[in-house]
Design a protein around this ligand. Structure first.
Ligand SMILES: *Cc1c(COP(=O)(O)O)cnc(C)c1O
Length: 454
């Protein structure tokens, strides 16, 4: 089977809009030149995020009908728990409505004022949960300036140093985000997780996985870590979970569904405390803020997502798409992972300085050229306004992310995106920068109003 051929056929279709040049110009202007504010009915190909945008399988749609909507003790929960127990080896399984609910409950229970969590990179919602508990989130990623097979790893030397002597005081957990979204969607190696486990044992610190993309990480290990070449993604996933004390996940990613999340733990006492929080803020422990049918669809999704043919197709699609975008004239971060392709807008638009938002400029131009929506991970998202009203504090990189919803777009849809990208790259020198007209004090990229310069 060709690696990038879709290992499924299509049973249910949804028409996509093709707004005209004029309609695109109007939609972007009406949205304050901010793609988050553009309605989806004005988008042809939507690569804004891979979160909750998955297409479910026939088996998942049929599982919805067997959903048991009983308030307590639903069989849907029993299905979900059995699948999560088999996958992770963790006995305590707690459903939640999405990843950030898991983070607030679990990290809120584990961490207090003055405590520290160390990670390869905390996802932004993870960091928010830690900081709102009064604790500190410390990121120790490996150097990401040059391409490497496991760019998602935590820096073991820096971790060891951070745990030396009294510096270990207050460190409550190490969190490995698999894959490391912030670092370009790069995987964490099994060797890295094993070494972190040893350090955590030595210092009696909990090791937790943010397992939102566990299947993609496991697959990339089978491709890139020679000792794991013969194993299945599911076997590698088992190995990853077996090294941790617990995990949480946003199941809007590798749950292959549109909503859901989980906490899974070995520690019965910690799970008991989490369930009390769950009851207070999310729902009874056998549904956790979801419908019974969601739990059935998720149970099925968690079985499907480790299919080697699906994961090979997904990684090959990202690789192919990255090569094509690069031929089209964009600077693509290498190696590609699974859930997205990242482009360095600073390289494509060298005439636009960071305070004139090159990542925003590139993303907006892709929309104007072909109603393609991507996300801007540059200074608009990760920079900050200067409190004294001067120029913005720039983000470390001006990245644009082309996220790949799971099982949604075919290769010809992505070929269309490549054509649009080539048109944009060809007139890169004429693309204007932007200035911010209105912004919120936090998470400004979701709502900011912008104006093109010149
Ligand atoms: C999406 C995500 C989260 C947050 O989950 P939500 O379902 O969006 O609340 C946490 N960690 C990682 C790595 C994620 O990708």
């Amino acid at each position: 089977m060709p690696a990038f051929m879709e290992p499924f056929r299509i049973k249910s279709v949804e028409p996509i809009p093709f707004p005209s040049t004029e309609e695109r110009r109007t939609a972007l202007a009406d949205a304050g030149h901010n793609l988050f504010r553009v309605p989806s009915r004005a988008i042809t190909i939507d690569l804004l995020t891979d979160s909750g945008t998955n297409a479910m399988s026939a088996a998942q749609w049929s599982a919805l009908l067997s959903g048991d909507e009983s308030y307590a003790g639903a069989t849907s929960f029993e299905h979900f728990r059995a699948v999560v127990r088999e996958l992770t080896g963790f006995d305590e399984v707690i459903p939640v409505h999405q990843g950030r609910a898991a983070e607030r409950i679990l990290l809120g229970e584990l961490l207090g004022a003055g405590d520290v969590s160390i990670s390869n990179t905390h996802f932004d919602t993870t960091r928010a949960a830690i900081e709102s508990a009064g604790a500190t989130a410390v990121d120790l990623p490996v150097d990401q300036t040059s391409p490497s097979a496991f760019g998602g790893d935590i820096d073991l030397g820096l971790l060891e140093e951070r745990l030396r002597g009294t510096r270990a005081n207050g460190v409550r957990c190490v969190v490995l985000t698999i894959t490391n979204n912030a670092g370009g969607g790069q995987p964490v190696s099994l060797a890295n997780v094993t070494a972190v486990r040893q350090l955590c044992d030595r210092h009696r610190i909990m090791l937790l996985l943010d397992a939102s993309r566990f299947a993609e990480n496991a697959y990339l290990i089978t491709e890139r870590e020679p000792s794991e070449a013969g194993r299945s993604p599911r076997e590698v996933a088992h190995a990853l979970f077996s090294l941790a004390d617990g995990c949480w996940a946003s199941l809007k990613k590798d749950g292959l569904a549109n909503i859901g999340g989980l906490i899974a733990l070995r520690d019965t006492e910690l799970a008991r405390r989490c369930r009390q929080q769950l009851i207070a803020f999310e729902g009874f422990p056998t549904y956790g803020g979801l419908a019974g049918r969601d739990l059935d669809a998720l149970a099925q999704g968690l079985l499907e997502v480790t299919d080697p043919a699906y994961l090979r197709y997904r990684a090959s699609t990202a690789r192919w798409f990255g090569e094509q975008l690069s031929e089209a004239g964009l600077s693509v971060l290498q190696p590609t992972g699974c859930h997205a392709v990242y482009v360095d807008a600073a390289q494509v638009l060298p005439h636009i300085s960071p305070e004139q938002l090159p990542a925003t400029a590139l993303a907006n131009e892709l929309y104007l050229a072909g109603a393609v929506r991507v996300s801007d991970l540059g200074t608009l998202a990760f920079g900050r306004a200067d409190p004294d009203g001067g120029v913005d504090i720039a983000a470390p990189r001006e990245l644009v992310r082309f996220a790949l919803p799971r099982r949604v777009y075919t290769k010809s849809h992505l070929e269309y995106v490549v054509d649009v990208a080539a048109n944009v790259a060809a007139k890169a020198a004429q693309i204007p920068g932007y200035r911010i007209v209105e912004q919120a004090p936090v998470l400004r990229h979701f709502t900011a109003v912008l104006m093109p310069l010149g």
